[in-house]
Design a protein around this ligand. Structure first.
Ligand SMILES: O=c1ccn([C@@H]2O[C@H](COP(=O)(O)OP(=O)(O)O[C@H]3O[C@H](CO)[C@@H](O)[C@H](O)[C@H]3O)[C@@H](O)[C@H]2O)c(=O)[nH]1
Ligand SMILES: [Mn+2]
Length: 747
């Protein structure tokens, strides 16, 4: 028996990275040499030299942050086979799904997500699934109700045959025959039946979507009569109450929530939805653990709950795992990542590295939380005893924290249980409906700490990072898990405008955090955020700010060509080898990372190129939005990204960059035009103003060509039409700006 208590549930293993470290340091050394050289001959050079110095200072600083992130990577191994030996009674898990827009997020996607959650390999009576619908759309509710009927067949089927992918649209994807080779007749029959049933479900949802009203708004649907999306009372519907369907329940509890909305009442987008989900589930099932997934994801590894429990239950000290984050892995990703938004390499190196510091950032989806951590408690140890709401023997509960939870007695009672670490809070779902509606109302949060001290934190469109930061600041660590079979899979934008909109939102959200009162520097000085973790947060929070030096540096070669000046040493000077070595080392180093991660050279190039494109367009606009908010000129908005159901990643045309009328494409187009003009001037030997003996050199010309190469999708866009072409209005605006720039350079 003693042995049982010591079987390990997980292991944290340091990864070897000697070569990577030495390359990282070499590059840092080269960057510092470049800076040294620039400073050394600052006096002999003009403006471009100085701008280059400032930009390179920034790049060097950024590289220090990167090296810090990548320095000590770790890997986690879990042993779910040992889980039940140590914990015969598995804890409950509440699963949260958010959806907001039935057009941008077709309900069939959320339906598949929910089905994969309901069918997860975990005792059904320990799970409860809560779907928040910010769209308040009867179609979403209708789809979920239909899905729950299908789930009664689907869940047993998946469990019986140990199906891996439990999202039907992926499981049946492209298969016209059962994928099993064992030729089991019963399986084949069940398979065909399931497929037919799923097709019926999908067709029903499709047909309902085509009608203006998906079904008769009577009975359960009556509440949806005349609801306005932004002005309606709370709607909570218990779709499955598994206590009601006797002991051998197959489908977990399943609840639909559309929180109250009222005009002029802030609803805080996803963070607000997550807080309502936390409270409603608190009064209904109150599981000690919470899984949150965006609507566009699904469970790809049905064992994921057990894996996560290994890390959450298996640590000697709770402080080690405030949450377990699974990386975002995308299905149907376009080949070679043309938009640079599949993040395979960042997850491999940066995320694993940060996991070795205080643990990965919270990524907003595919994450298992401890409920009490979400409730805002500090890790329990002697130092924090005074801050914590429970004392060691679990007797006294701090009233002040609970007062901050709002005036629902049911919620406070359940929170007391949760804070004491009690497992679950047996309650009948329908008995708690009234309390649930109360805590989902939009006035509930007045005068409480929701969004500031507890729950998901408000004030940034990157609520995920902010919430995680707040947790780390209390001294909690988090854990990463990247099993070979990805835990969750989701979708990522597969079009230029959508990709830009998403990155812009992130840049805004990150900049909002940087200047907000939860800035990591303050958290390190006044709370328990580790110094290296603070640097890691700074690395990501600076994403938007990066646009300025990137844009300046990218414009510099064109400026030099037009003004007949230079910012690089001349080819005949030995110092030219410093920038050359930096350039070559950087590119070979990153290329090595891509190849080691199993990606292609093409993927490396696409990411490199998108790095410049995104920085000079989406990040720039994201930064502007944050500045406008700071100046109180306008508020930032969470724009939901368009989810495509599936597309053919191998079709050559879908990898072509797409554009729209958005102003986000103006800076990139301008930059390209400026370089084209400068190269044209150079080749036609237009008389250039004579400044001094330091005329333009080969280095600048090479850099200019490099920028054109990076902006190749834009060059293509100049000549294409339709969605593959840059709209004429954008071209005209950019041309005007480019001419202005040329004029500035030549005077
Ligand atoms: O008012 C809102 C807006 C959004 N959402 C939901 O938030 C989720 C994320 O939105 P999405 O448009 O898919 O954003 P992504 O850029 O794909 O999401 C990433 O970035 C977000 C922060 O910017 C995080 O919240 C996400 O978890 C993370 O996956 C979706 O389930 C939405 O339904 C709401 O519930 N209410
Ligand atoms: Mn998403």
């Amino acid at each position: 028996m003693a042995d049982e208590l010591f079987v390990p549930l997980y292991e944290k293993i340091a990864r070897k990275n000697t070569i990577q470290r030495s390359l990282d340091i070499t590059l840092l050394f080269l960057l510092v040499s470049l800076l040294g050289y620039r400073l050394f001959c600052l006096n002999n050079h003009g403006l471009p030299w100085f701008i280059a110095l400032v930009c390179e200072l920034w790049f060097t600083f950024n590289w220090v942050l990167v090296v810090n992130c990548k320095w000590s990577p770790v890997e986690y191994k879990t042993y779910p086979e040992n889980l039940e030996r140590r914990f015969p009674e598995l804890p409950n898990v509440d699963m949260f799904v958010t959806t907001a827009d039935p057009v941008l997020e077709p309900p069939i996607i959320a339906v598949n997500n929910v089905l994969s959650l309901l069918a997860a390999d975990y005792p059904a009576d320990k799970l409860a699934c809560y779907v928040s619908d910010d769209g308040c759309f009867p179609l979403t509710f209708y789809s979920l109700v239909e899905a729950s009927k299908f789930a009664k067949l689907w869940v047993p089927f998946c469990k019986k045959y140990k199906i891996q992918v439990r999202a039907p649209f992926r499981y049946f994807f492209g298969d016209s025959e059962p994928s099993s080779t064992d030729g089991n007749l019963e399986f084949q029959q069940d398979w065909l039946k399931m497929k037919a049933e799923y097709e019926v479900l999908a067709r029903k949802i499709e047909e309902a979507a085509r009608k203006s009203v998906p079904c008769d708004l009577t009975g359960d649907f009556a509440v949806f009569c005349d609801v306005e999306r932004r002005n309606h009372p709370t709607i909570i519907k218990i779709i499955v109450d598994n206590k009601e369907i006797h002991s051998n329940a197959v489908v977990p509890n399943f609840v639909y929530i559309s929180r109250e909305k009222a005009p002029k009442q802030p609803h805080h987008y996803k963070a607000g939805a997550m807080n309502v989900l936390t409270r409603v589930s608190g009064v209904m099932t109150n599981a000690p653990f919470i899984l949150n997934v965006d609507c566009d994801m699904f469970v790809n590894n049905p064992q994921v709950f057990r894996h996560a429990m290994c890390q959450l239950l298996g640590s000697k000290n709770e402080r080690e795992t405030a949450f377990v984050q699974y990386p975002q892995v995308f299905y149907d990703g376009l080949r070679d990542d043309p938009y640079g938004n599949q993040f395979v390499v960042p997850y491999q190196y940066m995320c694993r590295g940060i996991a070795g510091i205080q643990g990965p950032f919270y990524g907003g989806t595919g994450c298992f939380h401890r409920r009490k951590v979400i409730y805002g408690v500090w890790p329990r140890d002697r130092e924090n005893e005074a801050r914590n709401c429970t004392s060691i023997n679990g007797k006294s509960v701090d009233d002040t924290l609970l007062n901050e939870f709002g005036n629902s007695e049911e919620l406070i009672n359940s929170a007391v249980q949760a804070l004491k670490g009690k497992k679950g809070f047996p309650n009948n779902l329908s008995n708690s409906l009234e309390a649930a509606c109360k805590v989902a109302s939009c006035s509930y949060e007045y005068g409480t700490s929701w969004g500031t001290k507890c729950g998901w934190i408000y004030g940034a469109t990157a609520e995920d990072l902010l919430t995680g930061l707040k947790i780390h600041a209390k001294g909690w660590n988090s854990a990463l898990h990247m099993p070979e079979l990805p835990g969750f899979m989701g979708c990522t934008p597969s079009g230029g405008p959508e990709a830009m909109a998403q990155q812009k939102r992130w840049a805004t959200g990150l900049a909002e955090i940087l200047v907000g009162k939860n800035c990591p520097i303050i958290a390190t000085l006044t709370a328990k955020l580790q110094f290296r973790m603070c640097l890691a947060y700074l690395w990501i929070l600076f994403w938007g700010l990066r646009s300025i030096p990137q844009l300046c540096y990218a414009a510099l070669p064109a400026y030099c060509i037009l003004a007949n000046s230079h910012f690089l040493p001349k080819v005949e000077e030995p110092a030219i080898w410093i920038p050359i070595a930096t350039f070559v080392t950087y590119n070979l180093h990153t290329l090595r990372e891509y190849l080691k991660a199993g990606l292609s050279i093409r993927a490396w190039w696409n990411n490199l190129r998108m790095g410049s494109i995104t920085a000079t367009s989406a990040y720039l606009f994201g930064l502007f939005a944050a500045i406008l908010k700071l100046l109180r000129i306008s508020e930032t908005v969470f724009e939901v990204t368009q989810k495509d159901q599936s597309c053919d990643g191998d079709d050559p045309d879908v990898t072509k960059f797409t554009f729209n009328e958005s102003a986000v494409f103006v800076p990139g187009t301008t930059l390209l035009l400026v370089h084209l003009i400068s190269l044209l001037c150079l080749s036609s030997k237009l008389p250039t103003p004579v400044h001094d003996m330091h005329g333009v050199g080969l280095g600048e010309v090479f850099c200019s060509l490099w920028v054109v190469l990076c902006f190749w999708p834009f060059l293509n866009g100049l000549f294409e039409r339709g969605k593959y072409g840059i709209p004429l209005s954008t071209i005209l605006k950019s041309a005007a700006l480019a001419l202005l720039f040329v004029h500035f350079c030549r005077t």
